[in-house]
Design a protein around this ligand. Sequence first.
Ligand code: MN
Length: 257
Amino acid sequence: MKILLSNDDGILAPGIEALYSALTRFGEVIVVAPETAQSAAGHGITVTMPLIVNRVHVRERFHGYSVGGRPADCVKLAIRELTGGLPDLVVSGINAGANVGVNVIYSGTVAAAVEGAFFGLPAIAFSQQLGEELDMDASAELAGRVLDRLIKLNGLSPGRLLNVNFPKITPERPRPIGVRVVEQSTAVMRDIFERRQDPRGRTYYWIATPDKPVPEDVETDATALDAGYITITPLQFNLTRKDHLAELASWDWSGVS
Ligand code: MN
């Protein structure tokens, strides 16, 4: 199996290094990842600048290509120019920080996987909820087990797009308590901006960690992750609001054109 591995924390991030090691037992792993940290880059791509690619050797652990661009650039460019034909699977991560709820929209980690799904490939985004400790090797082992199971169940069908999150590790809960397949939370973050002054007396704002979103009465990726489960959410990139489609199509649009 040929696996394309990317991320949004950059090619030097511990998460991609750990995941690389966990994926090598499944086949050939080709790393193409952003040169610099690109968290919250969403599905942005680079159109007005060239994409500089460098072959890099990361801490004696792996060779890969660094790209001076966004996560989606990396996957797009990799599949078109660097992987020598289509890979069998696109994997992104492991992100340092959960990607649940509306963060899925902001996430460069998820965008890299979505880009793989654009090509009709199975794709998985892995993220680790932040806690006191961040053991990426432990999370990578869990990622390997998830992938193992998906392969056994013939779950890597074309275009299958999965968002997987690992809960934070605490002394009371050293391991996840199980796996939940759950839908994405739609609870909106109420972002907080800190208002500050720069040395020249000008006001600036810096986005801060938001309050917890409004509690939900249904189980979602956000609630299950907080409860200590590994969460798996199947995603799609067709953003069409199907229940509004028939309604709007039935309206009178005559005379507009
Ligand atoms: Mn990130």
